[in-house]
Design a protein around this ligand. Structure first.
Ligand code: BDR
Ligand code: CA
Length: 309
């Protein structure tokens, strides 16, 4: 087991969301590898009130460490908010309603809490940001506190696609939701790992593995199984024979990078209306665009993490 000093310092920014919930479960199960410094919410899959409540409830339910939990942006930088309730259910976690949380939100908005956590890192350590919703909070952080850039190790994000979209033929949901924010983050010059649809469509569980979760005696795993059963009818996301769990790819990349492969490039984001949110490869080297994964290895690693819940 790694010593605490080997752990990767992370801040998670998310919009739970069923796959966000599984991603948080992976964080909870990987405390030997990842040191969580906080979790923020961003309007995306559902409005801010819903995803923020889910962050609080999931933190309790999954047994996340006692870290700052903060509310982030309530809508995209420029566009009106458009949610994905049809995919995740009106309350974001399918038909699951978790118990009311005992935890409290930070009094300040997410960018303040993030900046404070980054500034508080011991000298020589740098934060890895893990956004799995629209990039609104990360763009705001970089604009409000540009000095944090020096203390950000990298941004490992779920978003984008060069293989067609899931919300339009061109665009992936998180980038489409706030393309201006995505353009700012992807163009920031910071090292970025893009876990887009290129790879996440291969990151998931088989029907049999889902059934195993659903029937598990452990209440956390069974609950995740219930959430994922709501999610499974999204047919377009079974392209590779698995129920995709997009957001978990970020954490699995951090804990098991050997499973993934990718190419370096830069990414430009279409902020027009016609192909809004399309992410296109351009020459450069700031972005590691993941494009493949050992699917069986991913499943084994993911189930191994969930087994520790
Ligand atoms: C992304 O969109 C959301 O619905 C999921 O939570 C994931 O972050 C996939 O396109
Ligand atoms: Ca998400």
């Amino acid at each position: 087991m790694s010593s605490t000093t080997d752990r990767i310092d992370i801040w998670v920014d998310c919009d739970p969301g069923i796959d966000d919930a599984v991603m948080l479960a992976c964080v909870a199960a990987s405390s030997d590898r990842l040191q969580l410094h906080g979790v923020s919410s961003v309007a995306g899959n559902l409005p801010s009130d819903v995803v923020t409540k889910n962050v609080l409830r999931l933190a309790d339910f999954l047994g996340l460490p006692q870290v700052p939990l903060a509310r982030g942006a309530v809508r995209p930088l420029v566009r009106p908010a458009q949610d994905a309730a049809a995919v995740h259910g009106a309350m974001g976690l399918g038909e699951v309603v978790l118990p009311v949380s005992t935890r409290a939100l930070e009094p300040e908005p997410a960018v303040v809490a993030m900046q404070r956590a980054i500034a508080a890192l011991p000298e020589g350590r740098r934060m890895t940001l893990v956004p799995t919703g629209p990039l609104t909070n990360i763009a705001l952080l970089l604009r409000v506190y540009p000095q944090v850039a020096d203390r950000i190790d990298r941004i490992v994000l779920m978003g984008g696609s060069t293989v067609g979209g899931n919300v339009t033929p061109y665009a992936e949901f998180n980038v489409w939701g706030d393309p201006e924010a995505a353009a700012m983050v992807l163009g920031s010059g910071l090292p970025i790992v893009m876990c887009g649809l290129d790879v996440t469509l291969k990151c998931g569980l088989t029907r049999e593995q889902l059934r195993g979760l659903l029937e598990d005696e452990n209440p956390r795993r069974a609950m995740l199984g219930r959430m994922l059963s709501f999610y499974t009818p999204v047919d377009a996301e079974w392209r590779y024979g698995v129920c995709v769990i997009h957001d978990a790819a970020t954490i699995l990349y951090l804990t098991n990078p050997e499973l993934f492969s990718g190419v370096t490039c830069d990414i430009e984001v279409d902020c027009g209306d016609g192909r809004r949110g399309e992410t296109r490869v351009v020459p450069g080297g700031d972005v590691l665009r993941l494009n493949d994964v050992d699917m069986a290895g991913f499943q084994e690693a993911l189930l191994g993490q969930l087994a520790r819940l």
